[in-house]
Ligand binder design. Structure first.
Ligand code: CUA
Length: 309
């Protein structure tokens, strides 16, 4: 998995934030060096020595006081103006309609593309070189959506949509995480942003719009039956079947995603079985209960879920 870093900008907006950070760090660094330098200099030059009189005592120097007021005022004003400039990124609420709606859930992310109707979870695809306006919602508590390399971070608030822009200059996979404590599994509320050239993104979108094909292998068919009979359908949606609930992640194209459990496991058949056997053992506190499936049921369900490409 890629490392979450805020020091490697992948978009114009984050470059601007990064520049502001670098300038600030340079200024703070110079102040630190200047102040520690003065302290060290004074310690050495004016240290107590046997037989020497006290140095000349001064108080109420107007010039000195004006200088040490003016310099910090100048620095703070400069940082203020640079911050205003960095904040002047266009207002995403001015966009006519969001390109992407992200909803934070305990503990996973839903991604909905209103213009095409695609809905997915924890793996957000973007076309490169295009700023998407994102609407951020929360289903339960406060979360914070953060893809450090591509956009500013923003809190998701139940009942109060927030808006940001997201954009990727180059194709690649960018890690993201929830960055506001939201309960037991806050640390495992991860996601990835997959930035693709526009044609590749369009193909992905088309593939995501396809309903699931009925399974043909007997084991997978049996898995589908179990899925529809058990309470799986009360929480999950699989387009093309009777499963239409939107409490948990949409599973229509589950097998095409790289990870499960919001980043906790790579999406392999072994890991999927492990998850089905006892989700609570993999991700304690997750909303999905342990259904105590038999080993045959786990095998059949895994076979079915693996057909959802
Ligand atoms: Cu969601 Cu922390």
């Amino acid at each position: 998995m890629n490392v979450l870093t805020s020091l490697s900008p992948g978009s114009q907006d984050v470059q601007a934030i990064d520049r502001l950070w670098m300038i600030s760090i340079a200024i703070f660094g110079l102040i630190f060096l200047f102040v520690t330098g003065l302290i060290v200099f004074s310690l050495m030059k004016y240290r107590w020595r046997e037989g020497e009189p006290d140095p000349k005592q001064v108080a109420g120097q107007h010039t000195v006081e004006m200088v040490w007021t003016a310099i910090p005022l100048g620095i703070v004003t400069l940082l203020f103006l640079l911050t205003i400039k960095t904040m002047s990124i266009a207002d995403p609420t001015a966009a006519p309609a969001p390109d992407l709606v992200i909803t934070g859930h305990q503990w996973w992310w839903e991604a909905f593309y209103p213009k095409s109707g695609v809905i997915t979870a924890n793996e957000i695809h973007l076309p490169t070189g295009k700023s998407l306006s994102v609407r951020l919602d929360a289903a339960d508590v406060l979360h914070e959506f953060w893809v450090a390399q591509l956009a500013r971070k923003m809190t998701t608030v139940p009942g109060h949509p927030n808006h940001i822009w997201i954009e990727a200059d180059t194709a690649g996979t960018y890690p993201g995480s929830c960055s506001e404590f939201c309960g037991t599994e806050h640390a495992w509320m991860r996601f990835t942003v997959v930035a693709q050239p526009p044609a590749e993104f369009a193909a992905w979108e088309q593939a995501q719009l396809q309903p699931s094909a009925p399974p043909t292998a007997p084991q997978a068919q049996q898995g589908e039956q179990i899925f529809m009979q058990m309470s799986c359908v009360n929480c999950h949606d699989i387009n093309g079947t009777a499963a239409k609930a939107h409490v948990g992640p949409d599973l229509t194209h589950l097998a095409s995603r790289a990870q499960i459990g919001a980043g906790i496991l790579d999406n392999t058949p072994e890991n999927l079985s492990r998850w089905l056997r006892d989700p609570q053992a993999v991700k304690p506190g997750v909303e999905m209960p342990n259904f105590e499936f038999t080993e045959d049921q786990v095998t059949a369900l895994t076979a079915y879920l693996e057909t959802l490409r």
